[in-house]
Design a protein. Structure first.
Length: 193
């Protein structure tokens, strides 16, 4: 239990303050243990950070799988737009998502390779999962047949990246403006209208 509690507190600190702004002493205080006791569970800050990365990666991927499974019968326009909205909501309410986005854009320099392995694995899996959903919508006539599923998916991931950037930098109002404009142009490019 203590190991999981340590990771939970560490995730919260890393999400808010980044790797460099987080101390093992802060984590230990919040867990209610001495700093030295953390080393019973983790060799050091790097190992703790990477364990949190692994857990959050699995959590974010689980969100994607559950979202796709729960929404796969919806019209593609609603499916994709709601996916963006769900990420906006997750970022506002979920420290795992905050952590995930922060480390995706600002990984600690000395752990860059380790972190980016998770980030690229997530992005590749997300693309792999979305292509068949979009391909199905093309075959059903929801999206223009002139656009391939891979191209439409890659463009959608570009919209998602823009939303992620505004989550980190822009605040709620700028985020909504970016989301609305990006979605409007993306959907007009895909639709048969």
């Amino acid at each position: 239990m203590t190991s999981n509690h340590i990771k939970e507190m560490a995730r919260n600190y890393f999400a808010e303050n980044g790797y460099d702004g987080t101390s093992m002493a802060q984590i230990a205080d919040d867990v209610g243990i001495k700093k030295q006791s953390i080393y019973t569970h983790f060799k050091g800050k790097d190992e703790l950070f990477l364990e949190v990365c692994k857990d959050v990666f699995a959590e974010e991927l689980s969100f994607v799988l559950n979202f796709i499974d729960s929404n796969k019968t919806r019209p593609i326009e609603n499916f994709l737009f709601d996916f963006l909205l769900q990420y906006k909501e997750r970022y506002e309410k979920n420290n795992s998502t905050k952590f995930w986005l922060r480390i995706s854009f600002f990984p600690p320099a000395h752990l860059y390779e380790h972190v980016m392995k998770y980030v690229y694995e997530y992005l590749d899996k997300l693309e792999e999962l979305l292509v068949p959903v979009i391909d199905k919508s093309i075959s059903e006539g929801e999206i223009s047949s002139k656009i391939g599923a891979e191209l439409a998916t890659t463009a959608f991931l570009g919209v998602l990246d823009g939303v992620f950037v505004e989550m980190l930098y822009g605040g709620s109002e700028r985020l909504q403006k970016r989301l609305d404009a990006s979605w409007y142009l993306y959907w007009r490019g895909l639709s048969n209208d």
